[in-house]
Write a protein that binds this ligand. Sequence first.
Ligand code: PMP
Length: 365
Amino acid sequence: MSRLEELPLRPELRGRTPYGAPQLPAKYRLNTNENPHPLPPELLADLGEALRHAALELNRYPDRDALDLRRDLAAYLTRTSGEPVDAAQVWAANGSNEILQQVLQTFGGAGRRALGFTPSYSMHPIISAGTGTTWVDGHRRADFTIDPDAAAAQVWEVAPDVVFVTSPNNPTGTAVALDTVAALYEATAGVVVVDEAYAEFARTGTASALTLLPGRPRLVVSRTMSKAFGMAGLRLGYLAADPAVVDALQLVRLPYHLSSLTQAAARTALAHTDALLATVDAVRAERDRIVAALPGMGLTSVPSDANFVLVGRFADARAAWQALLDRDVLVRDVGIPGWLRVTAGTAEETDAFLTALGEVAPDHR
Ligand code: PMP
């Protein structure tokens, strides 16, 4: 086998490593922000039936426009945000990563720039590189919040074609104020993507950027069924935007990108929305339990609207990560000195994490 460097690789991919959390064996895997709750049995039964039915037509290509699914997603967004969203405003793909890739293929690309406020979701710069889009790091305050004036000034100066705002932000957890999103929108002629993968976990009083859509044709709100819906294995992400944005994405999407099995499974899951989202409150309670326990251990956290908590400060985050793993608890070292990210899940997982952290903290803070 030849080495990677010997291949005629695109220059912007040279020296890069593939994205991915370490998939290490551990009893408590709290490193990828999944929902650990099992799917409701009624949903599993309906999935079996829906997939069997869809399988009868597997000799045919799926609905290329995924219209029924987009209608269901629009109804879900309308119901949960109070903002009327129409199927023509919704687009779906294999995970929100593919949604983001399609957005960059459409509005980024060679000779164009994307800007996002780091630390944030590390796939944003990676998908940018993959689509030939130049990445620019936006600045945050020391407490990881975005200063709206400074951010708008930077966006104005850089003039990016795509601006990413992750809200709630991964890996820090805090949602971004809608005023900040609106200010960034005003500061750019490009597309503003609000990545709301964790929106359902937000603390009360945190509004979705969906409410900003009217009158903002360059605003895109992306969502996923991987987190709150607990269906990371399904690979279903979606966006809401002006119908013209959805039309534009048709220029780059692969024909029949969303299999008929995926469409059928996603629609079945959406029919069980209430049962699936019943776990969200429980996960939030575990998140808040983690947050509340930290000061007693001489640790702190960043305010979280998500299903994870950024915990600090450790003298050496890597050493603390290893010490937790030695106790069978796998969390995520996101590369921010002094901090580790832990996913909030079941009460049992919280107990295991807090017990391990209680042992680790005295030697590592
Ligand atoms: N956006 C953010 C902020 C995320 O954290 C993730 C998953 N970790 C995604 C998007 C992608 O999720 P998916 O492709 O599973 O929808």
